[in-house]
Ligand binder design. Structure first.
Ligand SMILES: Nc1ncnc2c1ncn2[C@@H]1O[C@H](COP(=O)(O)OP(=O)(O)O)[C@@H](O)[C@H]1O
Ligand SMILES: [Mg+2]
Length: 251
């Protein structure tokens, strides 16, 4: 059984068919890409999976269970974490404060009892946040105001905020956007480490094919709302149909 599975998803915005009978699946612990040119429908599909958007037809299952009508916060509780295409961070707050707030929200969500009872997580909230700051390499800037930090650090804070929930599945929408080449390489390395350490499954929505190739084994390709390819990254990128879709965008 797949960890998350979207089947036959279609979504229109007025006359625009943003998704046309699209299916995706991510297995437990697997990192999968979702690539495609601008306007292909990537963010729309992403939002159908995380519950931000309703679709016209199709279904979404998490661990076999239908979640199409489940609100975003309940999906988060099941173990679906996400980051945003545009950074959604708060000026005046430090990385540590961002993570503390996320940790508090997460605990207020009822997981406190599960954590205390079942999962033997004896660490305090403060200790968990400190660990995460170190894991993401944010410890040296932990108390700086967010607006004084680089975009790369901002991305890491966003990632940390999602990881506070210990998600089974991490949905990332264009994490490389706004990053320079060095920052993007650094972020890809952090994602690989996070996966190695936590076995978090990831669906990586990306425009940047190089970035995707560093992080995932397998990718889907969307173009004009249709899934035009899927498979190993190298094979997909060698496919003439995919190359044509990206023509002018791939060097
Ligand atoms: N809220 C919306 N209202 C109308 N059209 C939209 C909306 N969001 C996206 N679209 C359109 O749907 C298509 C897919 O967009 P999107 O999912 O954002 O693609 P991507 O993330 O791959 O760039 C595009 O043609 C876009 O203009
Ligand atoms: Mg998008």
């Amino acid at each position: 059984m797949a960890l998350v599975e979207g089947t036959g998803i279609s979504k229109r915005y007025g006359g625009i068919v943003a998704l046309d009978d699209v299916s995706v699946a991510v297995e437990r612990g697997e990192a999968v890409g979702l690539v495609g040119p601008n306007g292909a429908g990537k963010t729309t599909l992403f939002d159908c999976l995380n519950g931000v958007r309703h679709f016209d037809s199709g279904e979404v299952r998490f661990e076999g269970r239908r979640i199409d009508r489940m609100p975003v916060y309940e999906r988060a509780r099941l173990g679906i974490g996400r980051t945003f295409q545009r950074l959604e961070l708060f000026a005046g707050m430090s990385p540590r404060e961002h993570l503390m707030v996320a940790e508090r929200v997460h605990r207020a969500d009822g997981r406190l009892w599960k954590d205390l009872i079942g999962r033997g997580r004896a660490r305090t909230p403060v200790a968990r946040v400190e660990e995460l700051l170190v894991e993401l390499g944010l410890d040296e800037v932990a108390d700086d105001p967010i607006e004084s930090l680089s975009h790369g650090h901002g991305r890491l804070v966003e990632l940390g905020r999602a990881l506070v929930q210990d998600p089974l599945l991490l949905l990332l929408d264009e994490p490389s956007s706004g990053l320079d080449t060095r920052e993007a390489a650094g972020f890809a390395a952090v994602l690989l480490e996070v996966r190695a350490r936590r076995e978090t499954a990831m669906l990586l929505v990306e425009h940047d094919l190089d970035f995707v190739g560093r992080v995932v084994e397998r990718t889907y390709v969307l173009d004009f709302g249709k899934m035009i390819g899927s498979g190993r990254v190298d094979d997909v990128l060698a496919d003439p149909v995919v190359r044509r879709a990206y023509l002018g965008e791939v060097t």
